[in-house]
Design a protein around this ligand. Sequence first.
Ligand SMILES: CC(C)(COP(=O)(O)OP(=O)(O)OC[C@H]1O[C@@H](n2cnc3c(N)ncnc32)[C@H](O)[C@@H]1OP(=O)(O)O)[C@@H](O)C(=O)NCCC(=O)NCCS
Length: 162
Amino acid sequence: MEAQIRPLEAVDWPAARRIYQEGLDSGEASFETVAPDWSAFDGSRLPSHRFVAMFDGRIAGWVAVSAVSARPVYAGVVEHSVYVDAAARGRGVGAALLRALITSTERSGIWTIQSAIFPTNVASLRLHEAAGFRVVGTRERLGRRDGEWRDVVLLERRSQVI
Ligand SMILES: CC(C)(COP(=O)(O)OP(=O)(O)OC[C@H]1O[C@@H](n2cnc3c(N)ncnc32)[C@H](O)[C@@H]1OP(=O)(O)O)[C@@H](O)C(=O)NCCC(=O)NCCS
């Protein structure tokens, strides 16, 4: 069975937010600890590049991007988040979400997608490398999670067509 990808709407947020919170609770996904409410999410993510994956009739994951800078020179650079329900991992849902994101961003002229990933988040590092992201480098002791300084690996995918 293949995941079906469609735009993420406000009505999807309770299910997507649960998946987000589950990922945050692992301590391996982000410096964030609490998934935002819809208005905070909606206000910080670009409207045209948000998707959910439907798998087995349910929302199994989501992807969305934020602008990295308001400067015009960075208008084609975004940072994304991707989260898959723990019960649906390892079945191609994350890969399908990234494919949809790459198609959608390239269609609107976005040339770089970046992501910041903890070095211990092997699943996410492999997922992104398989989707054409490359490791730019490791940012050392960038921030604290639960009081502990964490390194962050910066990855990017530079479009070949823009
Ligand atoms: C990272 C995450 C999104 C991957 O989603 P997924 O749907 O399980 O990934 P897929 O099944 O599409 O896997 C695609 C590829 O990623 C890699 N991958 C996925 N899970 C992996 C794992 N546990 N170990 C190693 N590689 C893994 C593999 O290369 C895989 O390709 P393959 O199946 O052909 O070997 C998911 O584990 C997740 O939501 N984690 C918690 C939240 C999180 O960390 N988000 C990223 C924040 S930066």
